[in-house]
Design a protein around this ligand. Structure first.
Ligand code: ADP
Ligand code: MG
Length: 239
C-alpha cells in the first residue's frame, strides 16, 4: 500500500529552484534513504513533507489523503533533526512526555506511552536523568523517543548521526535498524550525505542531485545498474 505519495513537487526560494518535479511513491513500513551531496535539497524535501516548509506547487498525500493544507502537528509525521535539542531542565521522562502533555493526554496514558517508547529504545534505566547526565547516543535516543510516543505514521530523520563520532555512528545505525524492526508499519525516511550509510540501511534509495530525483532503486540495483555517471560515482560502483 502506498503510504506517502509526492506528486510534481516544486519548491523555490526567490529565484532559486531548490526542488524540481519530485515524484515519489513510498510504501507503508518502507525504510527509504534520501541521499545526495550537500545542498541538493534533501532537508528542504523533508521540510516540505513535514509541513515546516510549504511547497511552491505539487502535492503530498498520506494514505490517499492530500495533506498540503494540514498543519504540521496534525500530519502524523515525526522529524528527528541533526541538531536535536532536548529540554535541559527536564528529565528523560519529561522530555518524552512533553508533547503528550501539550496534547492534553491523561497522566496514565502518558506514562504508558513513554514507558513503552523507553523500552523500545533501551532508555528505561535513564528516565529520571537529565540530558546533561546522558551520553551523546542516549540523548539521540531520547530525541527519537520524543517522536515515537506520538505514534507517527511517517518518521523523518535528517542526518541524525552527523554530530556523533564514528564509533557511535556505527552503533546508532544498528539501533535505528533495530527500531525499524520494532516498528514494522512505520514508514521511515532517512536523509544522509553518506553513501555507506545509505547502502547499508536502505530498502530503497532515492538519489537526489540539484533538486531532482536522479535515480530510485534498491542498494543493489543502484550499485549494479547506475543510470548515470553521477550515481555510479556517488554509490561507488565499478563503472
Ligand atoms: P541539503 O539538505 O541537501 O544539504 P538543503 O535542502 O538544505 O540541502 O538546501 C538546498 C538548497 O536550498 C541550498 O542551495 C540552500 O542554500 C537552499 N535553501 C535552503 N533553505 C533555504 C531558505 N530558507 N532560503 C533560501 N534558500 C534556502
Ligand atoms: Mg540538509
Amino acid at each position: 500500500m502506498s503510504n506517502l505519495k509526492i506528486s510534481k513537487l516544486h519548491k523555490h526560494f526567490g529565484a532559486v529552484d531548490v526542488l524540481k518535479d519530485i515524484n515519489l511513491d513510498i510504501r507503508t513500513g518502507e525504510f527509504v534513504v534520501f541521499v545526495g551531496p550537500s545542498g541538493c535539497g534533501k532537508s528542504t524535501l523533508l521540510r516540505c513533507i513535514s509541513g515546516l516548509e510549504a511547497a511552491s506547487s505539487g502535492s503530498i498525500e498520506i494514505d490517499g489523503q492530500v495533506i498540503d493544507d494540514v498543519e504540521p502537528a496534525q500530519r502524523g509525521i515525526a522529524m528527528v533533526f541533526q541538531n536535536y535539542a532536548l529540554y535541559p531542565h527536564m528529565d528523560v521522562f519529561g522530555n518524552m512526555a512533553f508533547s503528550l502533555k501539550m496534547q492534553g493526554l491523561a497522566k496514565d496514558e502518558i506514562r504508558r506511552k513513554v514507558e513503552a517508547a523507553a523500552e523500545k529504545l533501551q532508555l528505561t534505566p535513564y528516565l529520571d536523568r537529565l540530558p546533561a547526565q546522558l551520553s551523546g547516543g542516549q540523548r539521540q535516543r531520547v530525541a527519537i523517543g520524543r517522536a515515537i510516543v506520538r505514534d507517527p505514521k511517517v518518521f523523518l530523520f535528517d542526518e541524525p548521526l552527523s554530530n556523533l563520532d564514528a564509533a557511535l555512528r556505527v552503533r546508532m545505525r544498528m539501533e535505528i535498524a533495530q527500531l525499524k524492526l520494532q516498528l514494522p508499519n512505520t514508514t521511515m525516511i532517512y536523509v544522509t550525505h553518506d553513501q555507506v550509510e545509505a547502502m547499508t540501511m536502505a530498502q530503497r534509495i532515492v538519489v537526489l542531485k540539484d533538486g531532482r530525483v536522479e535515480q530510485v532503486g534498491t542498494p543493489l540495483e543502484l550499485y549494479e545498474r547506475p543510470q548515470s555517471q553521477f550515481v555510479a560515482g556517488f554509490i561507488g560502483s565499478p563503472r
